[in-house]
Design a protein around this ligand. Structure first.
Ligand code: AMP
Length: 568
């Protein structure tokens, strides 16, 4: 029975947030956020961090690592200390975007404790940061460059820092922050606790760990190997899409795929409820399934799903676990699951009994690392597809209209309409009459009132470490996508400032990531010469990047930016 299975698994994992020694107000906040249970990295990292141990964590974005380090440090606040001595935690991150995200997460988890969090990054007003620091900040989340600025000006005081977190340490090194990191670490008390998170552990990271971590606990979340034979044979597709466009993308995928029995997996209850509401609003029959429902309610939902009264089940892993789910045509991961094991478990719901199944994953640009992990562990390829455009959608709806018309004609019983058609055809061209009827028909009328969803570069480049992956054929074959942007072409840009102007690779990558709002991972090779710099960016956003860089300054100066004559 489902409940018994659920209970057994929970007991086996012993993994409720309540089993951690966290403040009850924080636990309540997690419940309100809809987190049903800790992710693997949280399960392994939170207890040692609470016990004061140093930690070396190998975990990519999307695994829940932010909460893994943020929740324990919330136990260390000193709200009664004088304002300028309140800073007990410093979290270093590679980019402005991540600084904001992490600061927001810490703020949310510690809201009930009244935690004061300040993101510090280049480009933001120094004045605002100074005012906040004066008022007293418990947790500072900073990019290395700006953190060092404040430390040197003595506006950021670290003498009471108890916890130092280096998040995405490999990225920070790749961006040229090694020296800055050393200087910042040296400015923190030697007896601090240190946690270092990195998606990869190249020798340079191991060296930092050896130098600055004391007897660290190692946490690797991708170690559970999935035996190749156990991974289901399912067509696997991923769409790379920004968070802001995920809901629209899901709606569009559902339109195009017309799935009959689909489970959409989400990370949190809150997400489950929001999506269910959104889809019902679009006329899709969707039902929510999460740990907040009683067993009775869950049974009723499942009954309707089996009877095909409901097309879509929107579920958390916890709720779907142990349930005897019938064959489903599609599994959609609204988020990349935080562990490969969960991914395999989810997609195992489809493709049963030798029927073709489809597993679709919506991944944010920053979650590409997780997709690669999953590919490595399952030894199966996940195609990267391009989000259907408005034109795709229109074509698809017209195709559906044609199918429906054909069926209607074949079914006959049209006498009542034939007289009208005849009289109109005496007056107009029969083709025009038919086309007008189609236009009037409403429903699948081919006029799509939707906005384009921006294409995110689908090619991994940069740092030459990984093989290039071209945009794969999409969920509906390659025909539609062949010549579309996102195909992986790179443009080389010339930036009229180089080493002599003290420009470093980190400045170029930072400026592009921050000003053009694109993922640093999408940026290709960077070359800094004495007088100028060259950088590769995805072709389809090259003009936007040029415009954004022309509108800003690099190292305080306006510089010339254009396509490089030889490379763009
Ligand atoms: P991160 O890897 O820290 O960037 O987290 C990825 C996403 O997972 C964020 O949107 C978090 O809100 C979410 N998340 C973190 N921990 C949990 C959890 N235990 N249950 C559900 N969602 C979570």
């Amino acid at each position: 029975m489902a409940t018994a299975t659920n209970r057994k698994r929970d007991a086996k994992n012993g993994t409720q947030f309540a089993s951690f020694d966290l403040d009850p107000r924080v636990l309540a906040e997690l419940a309100a956020l809809g987190y049903e249970e800790p992710t693997p990295v949280q399960r392994e990292a939170i207890p040692p961090l609470l016990a004061g141990r140093d930690l070396l964590g190998q975990a990519a974005t999307g695994t829940g690592k932010t909460a893994a380090f943020a929740l324990p440090l919330l136990q260390r606040l000193t709200p009664d200390a004088p304002a300028r001595e309140r800073t007990v935690a410093l979290i270093l991150v590679p980019t402005r975007e991540l600084a904001m995200q992490v600061a927001e997460a810490v703020h949310r988890y510690g809201r009930a404790l009244g935690v004061q969090v300040l993101p510090i990054y280049g480009g933001a007003s120094m004045e605002t940061q100074l005012r906040a620091l004066k008022r007293g900040v418990d947790v500072v989340v900073a990019t290395p460059g700006r953190a060092l600025d404040h430390i040197r000006r003595k506006t950021l005081r670290l003498q009471n820092v108890r916890v130092l977190v280096l998040d995405e340490a490999d990225e920070m090194l790749d961006m040229g922050f090694a020296e800055d990191l050393e200087a910042i670490i040296a400015a923190t008390p030697a007896e601090r606790q240190t946690a270092l998170f990195s998606a990869t552990l190249p020798p340079r990271i191991s060296a930092i760990a050896a130098a600055h971590l004391r007897d660290p606990v190692h946490v690797r979340i991708d170690r559970e190997m999935v035996p190749a034979g156990n991974a289901p044979k399912v067509r696997q597709v991923a769409y790379i899409v920004s968070r802001a466009h995920k809901k629209a993308t899901l709606g569009r995928i559902l339109d195009i795929e017309s799935p009959v029995a689909t489970i959409v997996f989400c990370r949190t209850r809150t997400e489950v409820d929001e999506l269910t509401e959104m889809l019902n609003g679009r006329g899709v029959r969707a039902e929510a399934l999460h740990g907040g429902l009683s067993q009775d309610q869950r049974d009723r939902v499942m009954k309707r799903f089996r009877a095909h009264t409901t097309d879509l089940l929107i579920a958390t892993d916890v709720a779907a676990r142990g349930l005897d789910v019938p064959h489903v045509s599609h599994v959609i991961n609204y988020d990349v699951p935080s562990a490969a094991e969960a991914y395999v478990h989810r997609i195992g719901r489809t493709g049963r009994a030798r029927r073709e199944g489809v597993a679709i994953t919506l991944a944010e640009p920053r979650e590409r690392g997780l997709l690669r992990n999953i590919e490595r562990l399952t030894t199966q390829r996940i195609e990267i597809a391009t989000v259907p455009t408005v034109a795709d959608l229109r074509a698809h709806r017209l195709e559906q209209t044609r199918d429906e018309l054909r069926a209607t004609i074949l079914a006959g019983d049209l006498d009542a309409y034939r007289a009208v058609a005849e009289s109109l055809m005496a007056e107009f061209d029969p083709l025009d009459v038919a086309a007008a009827a189609l236009k009037l028909g409403g429903g699948r009328d081919g006029v799509v009132a939707e906005e384009e969803i921006p294409i995110v570069a689908t090619r991994e480049t940069g740092r030459g470490a990984r093989p290039t992956r071209e945009a794969g054929p999409g969920a509906r074959g390659s025909r539609r996508r062949k010549d579309r942007p996102g195909s992986g072409a790179l443009a080389r840009l010339y930036i009229g400032a180089g080493r002599k102007a003290k420009v470093r690779a980190a400045d170029v990558v930072g400026a592009i990531a921050n000003e053009a709002g694109i993922d640093a991972g999408a940026i290709g090779a960077v070359r800094i010469t004495d007088r100028y710099s060259l950088v590769e960016v995805p072709e389809e956003i090259a003009d936007d990047v040029i415009a954004a860089l022309q509108a800003t300054t690099i190292k305080g100066k306006r510089v010339q930016v254009r396509r490089d004559r030889d490379g763009g």
